[in-house]
Design a protein around this ligand. Structure first.
Ligand code: PLP
Length: 427
């Protein structure tokens, strides 16, 4: 009798979800929540950049940014000074280079493979095997780089404090093939986790079998607060130095989600030895960075406080969107036992956890109703989520009406797939 009642209730819930889904399909939606891009309104916050540097093309010490050279290949000092405290890298150890931190990360991997890194005894290409630890869920493009270059990936689960450090410490100590590790230390993509001080200290201190082990510290969301609380993460370069591993961490960041992703400035920071290593590569690759763009960024952002004030304007646009997603998820899925979701204090994503084995089906069902989501599994190496239960929601780009509609569509698909699975399990 007990089971029958449960089955009846489930059948009713499934019928309702099927009706809602049919209504959804009838609406003929065409919505896209795939990637974490700023909205047009966010881009407009930096509209002044398009009018800078006007005719003021010299730096504060008189360098003509239109020409080659003058910056030693490091990028403009005034811009590096603005971002040094935000990325926790001394300005003398911070390069401003290109427009994409992912490109800098790519170049570091290529350089490590072709030339090796300081402290190594051979270039990575000559190693029998190169392994990177991949905290999961993580950033799909990090994993894609590993795939591209034949780097093996070992998934490490994330906890509320960052990657599971017991596992990390064991793997790096055991195997000299483990040469690197991905870290998105603040408001991680996609879980929104910020590494605890304890995690930062352990990463800096741990014994690694490889003498040339590197942490790729991708601080992509360093200033992307969604609440009044400005969450801070420990200073990885300082901690590595204190623990006698000064060359361990490579820090990356960019203005992609501060100003204009298509025309921003990227940063690389590390120990003086690693900065020399990177400069050597950069100087062979290009006579110098786009100093005019760096100057207009320095003129526009003015100071570290100027960056934070600018990010508060982003927050004013983003927070209502993130709150709307929370509201709709709670209203439609709260108490169903079908989903859990993150409520991040910063960054660009919300992670929706559905019953095991359902994420791909939900994403497929959404696509059939005209709502595109990031492919399920994308946050895992090789796109393979063994539990098939994670969906990444990117609320930033869509307008409010589209966003509300898309999230409601997602909840209908979660109910449809989830109840179907519950019913199958009862039979
Ligand atoms: N790193 C992370 C963790 C990201 O989420 C992103 C963009 O989504 C990037 C890097 C890309 O940064 P950039 O535009 O500077 O290449």
């Amino acid at each position: 009798m007990e089971t029958l009642t449960g089955t009846d209730a489930l059948t009713t819930s499934l019928d309702r979800a099927q009706e809602d889904y049919a209504a959804l399909v009838a609406r003929g939606l065409s919505l896209d929540l795939t990637r974490g891009k700023p909205s047009a309104e966010q881009l407009d916050l930096s509209a002044e950049l398009l009018r800078l540097p006007a005719d003021r093309h010299t730096t504060r010490d008189g360098m003509d940014t239109r020409n080659y050279a003058g910056d030693g290949g490091m990028g403009l000092r005034e811009l590096r000074e603005i971002f040094a405290p935000l990325l926790q890298v001394p300005a003398d150890q911070l390069l401003a280079s290109g427009n994409s931190s992912l490109a800098l990360i790519h170049d570091c991997l290529v350089q490590a493979l072709l030339n090796g890194v300081p402290g190594g005894t051979s270039r990575w290409l000559d190693e029998e095997r190169v392994v990177f630890l991949c905290p999961v869920p993580g950033f799909d493009r990090h994993f894609a780089l590993c795939e591209r270059f034949g780097i093996d990936m070992v998934a490490v689960p994330m906890t509320e404090e960052g990657p599971d450090m017991d596992i990390v410490e064991r793997l790096v100590a055991e195997d000299p093939a483990v040469k690197g590790m991905w870290c998105v230390p603040k408001y991680s993509n996609p879980d929104g986790v910020t590494y605890s001080d304890r995690t930062v200290q352990r990463l800096a201190r741990m014994r690694t079998a490889a003498p040339d082990f590197r942490i790729f510290w991708d601080d992509a969301y360093a200033v992307h607060h969604l609440t009044e609380e400005q969450v801070e993460v420990g200073d990885i370069l300082g901690a590595c130095t204190r623990h006698g591993n000064p060359d361990r961490a490579l820090v990356f960041g960019s203005t992609s989600k501060i100003t204009h992703p298509g025309a921003g400035v990227a940063f690389f920071g590390s120990s003086p030895v690693n900065v020399e290593w990177k400069l050597d590569y950069n100087n062979g690759r290009s006579i110098g960075p786009d100093k005019l763009n760096q100057l207009r960024h320095a003129q526009f952002l003015k100071s570290a406080d100027g960056v934070l004030a600018h990010m508060a304007r982003h927050r004013a646009l983003l927070r209502p969107k993130f709150e709307a997603v929370q509201r709709i998820l709670q209203r439609e899925l709260g108490g169903t036992g079908l989903a859990e979701w993150t409520d991040p204090k910063g960054g660009y994503f919300i992670t929706l956890r559905v019953p095991d084995g359902c994420a791909k089906a939900v994403v497929r069902q959404c696509a059939e109703a005209g709502v595109r989501l990031t492919p399920a599994g994308a946050a895992h190496p090789r796109g393979d989520d063994p539990n098939d239960n994670l969906i990444r929601i990117a609320p930033t780009y869509a307008g409010r009406t589209d966003l509300d509609e898309a999230i409601r569509a997602v909840t209908v698909c979660v109910r449809l797939i989830g109840h179907r699975k519950q019913l199958e399990e009862q039979r």
